[in-house]
Ligand binder design. Structure first.
Ligand code: KIV
Length: 277
């Protein structure tokens, strides 16, 4: 079954209006060609700070810089005309104060052409979300497992089990109240994701959450089988491009060694072909 392609990029308000409607489709991307592949199929494309791991070989998102996000944000923007661009605020670029967040988020918006930024945190980030949204910067919130906080969360654990559920609910309500237009729920129990989705008025975007969320997101390198260092339970591999690439590179190596590549159709003769009349 093929997905319907959009013709124009939605605005944050259009995404907000999808609450309870047709599920919102989103993926991450870091490069222009990958953005072109998903343009119009995804409602929004996230330049996620997971690029530190899947593209740059870092061990976590903590070493990702604002410059890296802007560089990849610009690249992805060039590949999009029918999907909205959202860019992650990296660790250390927004937590200190609403003013620091505004300074860096306005740079991201101006330099990449993004329609919105995403930042991690619930209640603790509510003032910052309100500060940004009141000053023209649409914010997507991200709660549950927030990878920039792995050192205080004790690793990449499911968040919101047992007594933690109440705090998660408070986080979801706080980001809605502060003006976020959507909220990512990462690695939270399915039943809690369903309760949050039912109780907050903004769309929930699930990753390791629930099919009942208002939308889903995955890291594209995970779902295409390009990043294989590890696989979280919530990742479904829709393709195995890493294996395909390995087979193609091995075939290339064999042909180079056998001198069967390049073939006659890939080389040039001494004389230029006659121009067609
Ligand atoms: O950085 C990222 O890719 C993300 C998604 C997992 C939501 O934040």
């Amino acid at each position: 079954m093929s997905a319907t392609a959009r013709k124009t990029a939605p605005m944050p308000e259009d995404i907000r209006a999808r609450k309870g409607g047709t599920p919102i489709v989103s993926l991450t991307a870091c490069t222009t060609p990958m953005a072109e592949v998903m343009d119009g199929i995804c409602d929004f494309v996230l330049v996620g700070d997971s690029l530190g791991m899947v593209l740059h070989g870092l061990s976590s998102t903590l070493d990702v810089t604002l410059e890296m996000m802007i560089l990849h944000g610009k690249a992805v923007r060039r590949g999009l005309s029918a999907s909205m661009l959202v860019v992650d605020m990296p660790f250390g670029s927004y937590e200190e104060s609403p003013q620091q967040a505004f300074q860096n988020a306005s740079r991201v918006m101006r330099e990449t052409g993004a329609g919105a930024v995403k930042l991690e945190g619930g209640v603790v980030m509510a003032d910052t979300i309100a500060f940004l949204t009141k000053r023209g910067i649409p914010v997507m919130a991200h709660i549950g497992l927030t990878p920039q906080s792995i050192n205080t969360l004790g690793g990449y654990k499911v968040q919101g089990r047992g007594p933690q559920a109440e705090q998660m609910m408070a986080d979801a309500r706080a980001v809605e109240e502060a003006g976020a237009f959507a909220v990512v729920l990462e690695k939270v129990p399915e039943s809690l994701a369903n309760t949050i989705t039912a109780e907050v008025g903004i769309p929930t975007i699930g990753i390791g959450a629930s099919a009942q969320c208002d939308g889903q997101i995955l890291v594209v390198d995970d779902m295409l089988g390009l990043f294989t260092a590890f696989k979280a339970k919530f990742v479904k591999r829709f393709a195995h491009l890493g294996d395909d690439a390995k087979a193609a590179i091995a075939a290339y190596a064999s042909e180079v060694q056998a001198r069967s590549f390049p073939g006659p159709e890939h080389v040039f003769s001494d004389t230029a072909p006659k121009a067609k009349k």
